[in-house]
Structure formats: structure tokens, C-alpha cells
Design a protein around this ligand. Structure first.
Ligand SMILES: CC(C)(COP(=O)(O)OP(=O)(O)OC[C@H]1O[C@@H](n2cnc3c(N)ncnc32)[C@H](O)[C@@H]1OP(=O)(O)O)[C@@H](O)C(=O)NCCC(=O)NCCS
Length: 167
């Protein structure tokens, strides 16, 4: 494991809970919508596939990879409902962040609120170089990145634009 260990994070409306394999059952329904994959590729996973994925994520990469995989379930504080996920992939060079919010919960600023908390926590852990890779057509995700203070750079990652915080 490289970098910090995920902790529970709280915001005004959300609780970010470090991901475990047990979260797959409630997340399968939240993530079961092909529209979530429009700009990120892939397709919704079945429950057994999601359980296997969360087991891999929670176990983390092999130590020689020098990477940390930090994943959180985003939960609405008022009713405890799981609404999405955020993640940070920590490497010695930079840390990649990403967010997903289930369709019924989009447009309420939840991704922005979760991403802000994630970045504040990463900075408190001395994680400095934070980046996000966003498809140019992914307007909602670009909007989240812009709202938390990131800016698009000239760098690309495949067909996606790399966003970073201005120095
Ligand atoms: C990107 C995503 C996490 C945003 O979640 P969210 O909780 O709705 O985000 P917020 O409410 O904090 O902000 C959404 C912004 O996108 C805008 N938006 C939403 N739908 C939009 C659309 N169809 N076209 C243009 N803008 C749109 C909203 O207006 C808002 O921006 P504003 O506050 O400047 O008006 C969500 O759309 C998602 O899960 N998408 C699928 C997965 C994905 O692409 N993840 C990002 C990988 S880089």
C-alpha cells in the first residue's frame, strides 16, 4: 500500500465511507444504469461482478506497484442512502481522483461536495499533485472539476483531458 489509508469523511450533507466488499450489494442498484458509462466506457456490472471488483479494490494493489487505491462510498447523511462513489489513485508522481453519482441523485451538487472533501483530506495527508482525467464531452464532470478549482491542462490521457489545480 502506498500513501494514506482511507478514513471516514463527513461533509454538510454526506458521509464518505471507505469502501468494503459489503458495499457491493447496495451499490449494485445505484450503479445499474448504462447512462453512467456514456463518457467513461464499460457497462454496469452484475452483483457478483461488483462484489469481485470491490474485493479487489479493498485488497489494494500488490505492494511492488507503489500505488494506493482509495475508494469511498458516498452516502447521504440524512437517510443513509448510498448515492455514489469517489476514488483517489495515489502514485509517487500524482494522485488521480474520480467521482460517480447515481442518476436519481445527480444535479444536487453531491459530486462537488464529495470531491471537495476528498481533495481537502488528500491535502491534509500531504498528497500534493492531484489530477483528474475527463472526456471532453463529459460536461457534468468538467463542471465538478471546475467548481472544486481544477483547470483543464494541455495534457491528455487517451482521449481524455487531464485537469489539475493551478500551481
Ligand atoms: C459527473 C457526475 C459525478 C456529476 O455528479 P453530480 O452530483 O450531478 O454533480 P454536481 O451536482 O456536483 O455538478 C453537476 C454539474 O454538471 C452540470 N450538468 C449536469 N448534467 C448536465 C448536462 N446534461 N449537460 C451539462 N451540464 C450538466 C450541472 O448543472 C452541474 O454544474 P453547475 O453546478 O455548474 O450547474 C455524474 O454526472 C456522474 O456520475 N456521471 C457518470 C460518471 C462519470 O462520468 N464520472 C466522471 C468520470 S471523470
Amino acid at each position: 500500500m502506498f500513501g494514506p489509508l482511507a478514513e471516514t469523511l463527513r461533509t454538510r450533507r454526506l458521509v464518505l465511507e471507505p469502501l468494503t466488499v459489503h458495499h457491493a450489494d447496495e451499490m449494485a442498484e445505484v450503479l445499474d444504469d448504462a447512462r453512467l458509462h456514456t463518457h467513461i466506457g464499460g457497462e454496469p456490472l452484475t452483483l457478483p461482478e461488483l462484489r469481485a471488483r470491490y474485493a479487489r479494490l479493498a485488497a489494494g494493489p500488490a505492494p511492488f506497484h507503489q500505488e494506493g487505491w482509495l475508494n469511498w462510498i458516498v452516502r447521504r447523511a440524512r437517510d443513509g442512502r448510498a448515492i455514489g462513489t469517489v476514488q483517489a489513485t495515489v502514485t509517487p508522481a500524482e494522485t488521480w481522483i474520480a467521482w460517480i453519482v447515481g442518476m436519481p441523485y445527480q444535479g444536487f451538487g453531491f459530486a462537488t461536495e464529495a470531491a471537495e472533501a476528498l481533495v481537502a483530506w488528500l491535502r491534509a495527508q500531504n498528497v500534493r499533485t492531484i489530477a483528474a482525467s475527463i472526456h471532453p464531452d463529459n460536461t457534468p464532470s468538467a463542471s465538478v472539476a471546475a467548481k472544486i478549482g481544477m483547470r483543464p491542462t494541455d495534457r491528455t490521457s487517451g482521449d481524455e483531458t487531464v485537469w489539475q489545480f493551478p500551481e
